[in-house]
Design a protein around this ligand. Structure first.
Ligand code: ADP
Ligand code: MG
Length: 625
């Protein structure tokens, strides 16, 4: 009989499973039990809408059977089963294509450690077995089929005998090696412990024939062993348990079992609400940004259960976009089971839960910021950008919720600070919250525009994210203090020599006008700078649109030719200014040369492209010879 080949990417994952040196091989059982439970869920849903199908609770279960002699471990379920096509389609390819992409990306970094941290699913069986046999009979079918594979070289599907609907997964357990004791996956106590650790809350009974002892009949002080079927999971979902009974590890295991993330959760939030809305929830804040988080492929949402039964995998309505990184589940008793997505959107109960969850997440983040700064900064590194998007989007509707969760790098503290911390440190006479924008902290630190504000001793917030300035424009104020870019026209600071500056401005009116003429179409104005100390020039912007915002907007696909109103500022105390004055008086060609050079220098400092780099270098050569 011809062997079928695995799809290419499945084969790779399979090979990784087979050769895995991952220590937590035990998770294969979690994966197979989770599949069995999913299969029973499917019959359950069918019964909800199909009158002919009655879901009789007692006839649905999962059974684990270990046989040391034949070295087989069998996981059976009375779920919906698989047709011949299902076996081919579902076991021949990877269900979660995202897993592999992630894996490839991270393999180099983390070696083998990543394996088992996420939904490797069915193939994880090959970590402990050198042959996997699946015998399945699908609901509504008369024939059963057998899928069999010894690893990466392919699989076969043949007709088989099976009385009842459901699936048996039969693992031929590997022989022990120097490093690994595979025997333990045939030991009752070990299997029981693994089930307890990962699958205790599975809603269906997980049964196993357990060895017991009893007094031997007719013989005193002698015992005999016998087997008795026992349900080894408590079937109580973790979210129904008492918080005090649970350890951080229990939550972590749940996070992994559910494949909420590839990492460890940074924080868990266990809610047991029985006020005006009654629900239970376990929410997680992941530690790292999912690889697809800032793409449009990322789907937010929480699992939604109605009285312990999963009714939706990703209920988006439960989370605002700005908290889209939160993972977890919500269980509410009052939701109807076969409620549609559309109906859910208008469900009052659900929107109340969403509101409740939102404020809970906010307060948890706030206390993290207050009590565990290090953890919060870790969180902020992963998801801070999303909070800033949140401030900006919906026309600022959520800014009050989010403003106290923002952090920015401070020129003075040399670390992230909150707006509240900034404002509480402001000297009495300081009018504005100052910020400077740029590509990186190092670049902003060298910006000439920061000189005056920094000289005054005022703290400056450094904006290095595209979204920062947009978000802040939406906020407008924090605690009645307006935000002010260090490049904006009026800084609200009177420099000591302002009188002198104005005089210079008047005196040199002609010169500035001539320069402006030379730069027409490029800058709106040329003027004496109030903010420069040691640098000869800089650019600033008049009006709402800053130069940094122009850059961001122009990088967008359908941007029009948006331009900030730029002003070329000249430091009249700089030696260069004397050269300008002299050129203006004596040599118009030289003035043109100097003006262009200064303008291009200002562009470079801002990180803007020079329109004609060849001309610029030629100009430099001209002054060298
Ligand atoms: P996932 O569970 O994430 O879909 P798996 O690799 O664990 O990925 O399983 C692949 C698919 O194989 C499942 O989606 C399901 O369709 C099918 N499958 C696996 N085990 C069973 C089972 N015991 N009963 C019915 N179908 C199963
Ligand atoms: Mg699975």
């Amino acid at each position: 009989m011809a062997k079928k080949q695995f799809k290419a990417e499945s084969k790779r994952l399979l090979e990784m499973m087979i050769n895995s040196i991952y220590t937590q091989k035990e998770i294969f059982l979690r994966e197979l039990i989770s599949n069995a439970s999913d299969a029973i869920d499917k019959i359950y849903y069918k019964a909800l809408t199909d009158d002919k199908l009655v879901f009789d609770k007692d006839s649905y279960y999962i059974k684990i059977t270990a046989d040391k002699e034949s070295r087989t471990l069998t996981i059976s379920d009375t779920g919906i089963g698989m047709t011949k096509e299902d076996l081919d389609n579902h076991l021949g390819v990877i269900a979660k294509s995202g897993s592999l992409a992630f894996k490839q990306e991270n393999e180099a970094k983390d070696g083998h450690n990543i394996i088992g941290q996420f939904g490797v699913g069915f193939y994880s069986a090959f970590m402990v077995a050198d042959k996997v046999t699946v015998v399945s009979k699908a609901l509504g079918n008369d024939e059963a089929y057998k899928w069999e594979s010894q690893g990466a070289d392919g699989y076969t599907i043949t007709p088989a005998e099976k009385a009842e609907v459901g699936t048996d997964i039969i693992l031929k357990i590997k022989e022990n090696t120097e490093d690994d004791r595979y025997d333990e996956y045939l030991e009752e106590y070990r299997l029981r412990a693994i089930v307890k650790k990962y699958s205790d809350f599975i809603r269906y009974p997980i049964k196993m024939d357990v060895t017991k002892h009893r007094p031997k009949e007719g013989a005193e002080n002698e015992f005999e062993t016998y087997k008795e079927e026992e349900t080894i999971n408590s079937m109580v979902p973790i979210w129904r348990k008492n918080r005090n009974e649970l350890t951080a590890e229990d939550y972590e295991n749940f996070y992994n079992e559910k494949h909420y993330g590839f990492d460890k959760p940074l924080k868990h939030i266990h809610i047991n609400a029985d006020g005006s809305v009654v629900y239970r929830a376990i929410l997680f804040i992941p530690e790292t940004t999912p690889f697809d988080y800032y793409t449009k492929e990322y789907e937010k949402g929480l699992e939604l259960y109605s009285n312990g039964v999963l009714i939706m995998n990703k209920c988006a309505d439960l989370l605002p976009d700005y908290f889209s990184f939160v993972k977890g589940m919500v269980d509410s008793e009052d939701l109807s089971l076969n409620i549609s997505r559309e109906m859910l959107q208008h469900d009052r109960q659900l929107s109340q839960i969403a509101k409740h969850i939102k404020s809970r997440i906010k307060s948890e983040l706030q206390s993290m910021l207050k009590d565990d700064r290090e953890k919060y900064e870790k969180f902020y590194k992963s998801f801070g950008r999303q909070l800033k998007y949140g401030v900006y989007s919906d026309y600022g509707a959520n800014k009050d919720t989010l403003q106290d969760l923002l952090l920015f790098y401070s020129s003075k503290e040399k670390k992230l600070v909150s707006l509240d911390e900034y404002v509480s440190r402001m000297p009495e006479e300081q009018k504005y919250i100052y910020y400077a924008t740029g590509e990186s902290i190092e670049r902003i630190e060298k910006l000439p525009q920061t000189e005056l504000v920094a000289d005054k001793g005022y703290e400056i917030l450094y904006f290095t994210d595209d979204i920062d300035e947009f978000a802040i424009k939406m906020l407008m104020k924090y605690k009645d203090k307006e935000f002010k870019s260090v490049s904006s026209g009026d800084l609200g600071i009177e420099p000591d020599e302002s009188a002198k500056n104005e005089a210079e401005e008047k005196e040199n009116k002609d010169l500035f006008e001539a320069m402006q003429e030379l730069l027409s179409g490029k800058v709106k104005k040329v003027k004496a700078s109030k903010r420069l100390r040691s640098h000869p020039v800089c650019l600033s912007a008049e009006g709402e649109l800053s130069i940094e915002m122009e850059k961001v907007l122009r990088s967008m696909p359908d941007s029009q030719n948006i331009q900030a109103d730029k002003v070329l500022e000249i430091n009249v105390n700089h030696e260069v200014f004397q050269a300008l004055k002299a050129a203006h008086a004596n040599d118009k060609e030289k003035l043109k040369l100097y003006t262009n050079l200064l303008y291009n220098q200002a562009l470079l400092i801002e990180g803007l492209p020079i329109q004609d780099p060849v001309e610029f270098t030629n100009d430099i050569c001209k002054i060298m010879v």
